[in-house]
Design a protein around this ligand. Structure first.
Ligand code: HEM
Length: 226
């Protein structure tokens, strides 16, 4: 067995993959939420449509997209493997465990939170991403160049109450998932520094509130202004 296969099949290796893919997805979400802020621009979707075309056609961004898909898949698969390993290592729980005092709610429910986010992601990708890539989307022309009107798809979608509710509720779960995931990834990577760790923790706490709130505000804004 090569050292790569050995590392990837050890518990630490699996945890490392969870941490690295998780941190990469955190970076992806930062870019995604920033780009989507163009939905608030009030220009009928021009800037958003131009941005969406760039994101789906630029070769460097395409490479990052493939890394994102691989990270999502690896993150899900390794979370299942680690959960199964934990279960078989301790088929009967600790007799005197006081889970609620020893750990946070989100840390004990990462699997449930992750599953809810995965369901959200399937609905989300089917509604927007699959439409952008393979759907029959109306086009618009800006300065002589043709663009898919993804803004129309997004703004029509967020006229549906059930979808707005699904997005807002899912973002609550995303916040909890991130709140444990962020600190857990840093712990796995052993990144502990007297000076920087408190600052990283504060950034982490802010991140898992600001990013889900911004995402949730998009469907709400479109619903209440359309
Ligand atoms: C209101 C919030 C959101 C809006 C309006 C939105 C919008 C979009 C749109 C329009 C696309 C297709 C365009 C493209 O492929 O670049 C897309 C792709 C995607 N979204 Fe979102 N998104 C939101 C939240 C989220 C969240 C919370 C996640 C993850 C938990 C997420 C994950 C993804 C992924 C993985 C893709 C595919 C990206 C790629 O192909 O590189 N999105 N989103």
């Amino acid at each position: 067995m090569s050292w790569v296969t050995k590392t990837l099949s050890s518990t630490l290796g699996r945890k490392l993959i969870m941490a690295l893919t998780g941190l990469f997805l955190i970076l992806f979400l930062t870019g995604h939420v920033s780009g989507n802020l163009l939905l608030f621009k009030g220009d009928g979707g021009e800037a958003f449509n131009i941005y969406a075309k760039f994101m789906t056609t630029n070769p460097a961004v395409k490479l990052l997209s493939y890394l994102t898909y691989i990270s999502v898949i690896a993150h899900v698969i390794y979370s299942i493997i680690l959960t199964q390993m934990n279960k078989s290592a301790r088929p009967v729980g600790y007799s005197e465990s006081k889970a609620s005092t020893n750990s946070t709610w989100s840390s004990r429910n990462m699997g449930v939170l992750g599953t809810i986010i995965l369901i959200f992601l399937v609905v989300h990708l089917q509604g927007f991403w699959a439409q952008m890539h393979w759907g029959e989307i109306p086009t618009v022309t800006y300065e002589g160049e043709e663009y898919k009107d993804l803004y129309l798809i997004v703004s029509e979608a967020f006229k549906q109450e059930w979808l707005v509710a699904l997005y807002v509720i899912s973002m609550g779960f995303l916040g909890y998932h991130l709140s444990h995931g962020f600190s857990s990834a840093f712990q796995t990577l052993g990144l502990n520094h007297k000076k920087y760790t408190p600052a990283i923790k504060t950034i982490g706490k802010l991140y898992c509130i600001v990013v889900p709130v911004l995402f949730a505000s998009m469907p709400l804004y479109i619903y209440f202004t359309s």
